[in-house]
Design a protein around this ligand. Structure first.
Ligand SMILES: *Cc1c(COP(=O)(O)O)cnc(C)c1O
Length: 386
């Protein structure tokens, strides 16, 4: 009798993917699955799709039902495959499937917590700091994080708001020689076609005093298929830095690793931004696993954000004391590269303010008393000049 080597492993691994495609009304086809445009066109957006995908909790069911007119719901098929169908505390599921708590408006919640409208100099351009600006280029994302700091702006379905605004934005940049750094965000600028992105970056780059261009994107995490060799060539051509957004180590799949490798091999400097979220990443082991995982992919953790007080996000926020405790649990305990700056984007337009666990215990008559990462006290004396 012939021995069989049944391909048990691949069948099980692919089962969920087939299920997602069935919910979408088709069958799994690897070529389409790996095409980012197919992924975007086939995003799950409707409550009945989530009913089939997940064993919904009553809170999720009500959250999905009430999302009309508020922050849109959209999940790429790639991401849908990763959501745990049975466990509502799955860190990915908590980020993209709405809950009824989103209807709660806390006393300190705001529509525009970072005060971006106040610092908007022309539509789509925020100039808050002396030498750099934030360009809001697009209102679409691959998937909508329920804690989005720009929920007031994203997913409004405007076809091409940038086309109308770009001339005024470029004119502003050209007229402000102090601007040396342009941060392109949105929405997710990597959802532009390669041609459009090339054109946008080309126009920014044509402003002679702009030295640095960076893009903020969640695409490598939620739509790694977007990171094609052609896209990397565009980013490389314009010498772009990328700030990626990751929240949990579960996002670092083999596909994401491949996308980050492609970017790093293409010479694109990679940083990451993480929002501190209750139940999603608010423990030292969770953050360590995420930051170590990112470093393995050559992504340097840049910022850990205290969750902005956006309307309807109270259920996902932690206290600041918790954030400080987490940073204290990282600093010194692991590679400095694995410790991002913990910041609050100060409500009302104060900008990013870093927070540190206290390490300067006193500073009197040129003597500083320091506390190190283990809690030990040390003294440093200023040089005896004059
Ligand atoms: C975050 C931000 C920047 C960039 O800040 P860095 O600390 O340089 O990364 C610029 N403008 C605005 C409005 C921002 O929110």
């Amino acid at each position: 009798m012939k021995e069989t080597t049944a391909p048990v492993e691949p069948l099980i691994a692919g089962a969920r993917r087939h299920e997602v495609c069935r919910i979408l009304g088709g069958t799994y086809d690897p070529a389409r699955w790996n095409d980012w445009r197919w992924q975007m066109r086939h995003r799950l957006t409707r409550p009945e799709q989530f009913e089939q995908l997940l064993r919904l909790t009553p809170s999720e069911r009500r959250g999905l039902a009430m999302c009309h007119g508020k922050l849109a719901v959209a999940v790429t098929p790639y991401l849908a495959e990763l959501l745990d169908p049975y466990d509502p505390s799955c860190p990915l599921r908590m980020q993209v499937v709405p809950r009824e708590e989103e209807a709660i408006v806390g006393p300190t919640d705001m529509v525009d917590p970072c005060g971006e409208e106040h610092d908007s100099v022309v539509p789509g351009l925020v100039h808050r700091y002396p030498d750099r600006v934030l360009l809001l280029a697009i209102d679409t994302c691959a998937a909508y994080c329920r804690y989005c700091t720009r929920s007031r702006l994203v997913a409004h379905g405007e076809l091409d708001p940038l086309a109308r605004r770009l001339d005024a934005i470029i004119e502003y940049l050209a007229g402000h020689p102090e601007v040396r750094d342009v941060l392109v965000s949105g929405g997710d600028p990597l959802l532009f076609s390669d041609e459009k992105l090339d054109e946008l970056l080309g126009r920014i780059r044509a402003v002679p005093h702009v030295e640095m261009v960076r893009i903020g994107s969640r695409a490598p995490a939620f739509l790694p298929q977007r990171i094609t060799p052609e896209l990397v060539a565009v980013l490389r051509k314009h010498r772009v830095w990328l700030s990626l957004h990751f929240s949990n180590v579960a996002e670092l799949t083999p596909e994401v690793a491949e996308a980050c490798d492609r970017l790093a091999d293409g010479g694109i400097p990679l940083g990451s931004q993480t929002v501190l979220l209750r139940g999603i990443n608010d423990t030292v082991p969770a953050l360590k696993a995420l930051f170590h995982g990112l470093l393995k992919l050559r992504v340097r953790p840049y910022y850990l954000y205290q969750c902005d007080p956006v309307v309807g996000t109270g259920h996902l926020r932690t206290t600041v004391a918790k954030g400080l405790e987490l940073i204290a649990g990282l600093r010194g305990h692991t590679s400095g590269y694995a410790v991002p700056s913990y910041v609050i984007d100060a409500p009302g337009g104060g900008g990013k303010v870093p927070l540190h666990p206290q390490t300067t215990m006193s500073y009197v008559d040129g003597t500083v008393t320091l506390r190190n990462w283990e809690g030990g006290e040390y003294t440093y004396r200023d040089p005896a000049t004059v």
